[in-house]
Design a protein around this ligand. Structure first.
Ligand code: AVJ
Length: 322
């Protein structure tokens, strides 16, 4: 890890564990171990999100292309924010290429490692796709692409936006709106509000992978900040109600205990039953999408859902009354 990132990690842990109630940012889930666990999560029977969105990309590829309103005559840039392994996107890339569309695929990710893996797999599976990976912060990269002359279609899939509070999601939409031109499109994949009996098991799987994913945050603090969390003294505790539409993950202290973090020379006390809030996974409907885009120059143009109506991909266009 870069030293500036390590300093930020220390600061965020210090602030989060000093706050009442305690919290830790979910972005720190994704170290090498966390990445591996998230790949396992995507294959869990309870984790319907990835399967539902993959179904849309597999079964409605022609429909997606039609709703995007693109044609083979006009070159475009397909930009993906946080591309991961690109499994769903590859369904679309294959169809676009087979139908003679002219485009470049630009996956953006903070992890150069993830981008290298994606580029290598594309070179084998879809050698005709022009893949131009961009490593870095989403907005820095989008800003650098702003003056390009081609239409941009920005993919933000997997309900990744759900990790943001509505307020921060609205900021995200405003920022995104500023970097897009009138012709550009946002293709946004989100998990839909549905019953607790379906959502909660997705964050509390019977194999315990999500539990390990959540606890890995404490193990990462042990590894990278030289702390002495006893993992067995914490429990994975997810919550969700259909009324809020927000799934939250917590780590609950099973004892009265103190933990020392050497690299910041601080001790933190945990009461028995005290919780650290580690993640929000917001679920959506049209109203909430409208709310988070109300101050941004983006409006819903169409949407595609899977056969269970678990997941929706929204197509948002730049609105001219801004
Ligand atoms: C990658 C943010 C979409 O919130 O569903 C999966 C992460 N956390 N299981 C989600 C996650 C626990 C995931 N996102």
């Amino acid at each position: 890890m870069q030293s500036s990132m390590l300093e930020q990690f220390k600061k965020d842990v210090m602030e989060g564990l000093s706050a009442k109630p305690k919290r830790l940012p979910s972005k720190y889930f994704y170290d090498q171990r966390g990445d591996e666990l998230f790949v396992q999560i995507m294959h869990l029977p309870e984790y319907y999100l990835t399967r539902a969105e993959h179904e849309i990309f597999r079964e409605q590829t022609e429909n997606i292309i039609q709703e995007l309103g693109i044609s083979p005559e006009k070159h475009f840039e397909l930009i993906e924010l946080g591309a991961g392994d690109g499994t769903k996107t590859k369904e679309l890339l294959a169809k676009l290429t087979a139908n003679g569309f002219s485009y470049d695929y630009l996956p953006i990710d903070i992890s150069q490692n993830a981008l290298n893996g994606l580029k290598d797999s594309l070179a084998i599976e879809l050698p005709d796709v022009c893949c131009r990976p961009k490593q870095g912060d989403y907005f820095e990269v989008l800003e650098s692409l702003k003056n390009g002359k081609h239409q941009k279609i920005v993919l933000f899939l997997g309900s990744n936006i759900g990790n943001l509070s509505d307020e921060r999601a609205a900021d995200f939409m405003n920022e995104l709106g500023k970097t897009l031109n009138p012709d550009d499109i946002l293709f946004l994949g989100v998990d839909i509000i549905k019953d607790e009996s379906i959502v909660l098991p997705a964050y509390n799987d019977s194999a315990g992978v999500t539990r390990a994913f959540n606890l890995n945050l404490l193990e990462r603090i042990n590894r990278e900040l030289d702390a002495n969390f006893n993992i067995e003294n914490f429990e994975h505790a997810p919550e969700y109600t259909v009324e809020s539409g927000v799934a939250k993950s917590f780590l609950k202290s099973l004892e009265n205990q103190s933990v020392y973090i050497r690299s910041i020379d601080r001790e933190f006390h945990f009461e028995k039953g005290e919780k650290i809030h580690t993640e929000v996974s917001r679920k959506y409907n049209d109203e909430i999408i409208e709310k988070i885009t109300e101050n941004a120059p983006l409006e819903i143009s169409s949407k595609l859902s899977d056969s269970n109506n678990y997941f929706t991909d929204y197509i948002l266009r730049i609105s001219n009354h801004f």
